[in-house]
Write a protein of this length. Structure first.
Length: 85
């Protein structure tokens, strides 16, 4: 493994940790009745994240290059996987 491979893996792991933490971090919202307030209820935080940035974050951290390396049949498909990333 090269230095860049290890660095890439560390970055991916950091973003994965960030994704996990997003399921527990309160978010600010507002409405006409209460004004601005923080949502702290875990179930609402989870739903909010799943309906928002979760899927974008998931695609962003998916290790296409690692999958292309580990899958022996990838051959020409590895270039396509890198292009998608």
């Amino acid at each position: 493994w090269s230095f860049l491979d290890v660095a890439n893996l560390i970055v991916d792991a950091t973003f994965l940790l960030d994704m996990v933490l997003q399921f527990f971090v309160a978010y600010e919202t507002s409405d006409k009745l209460r004004g601005r307030y923080w949502v702290r209820k875990h179930s609402r935080i989870v739903v909010h994240y799943l309906q928002g940035w979760f899927w974008i974050d998931l695609v962003a951290i998916f290790p296409f290059d690692l999958v292309a390396t580990l899958v022996p049949q990838a051959g020409d498909a590895s270039g396509k996987l890198r292009l998608v990333r």
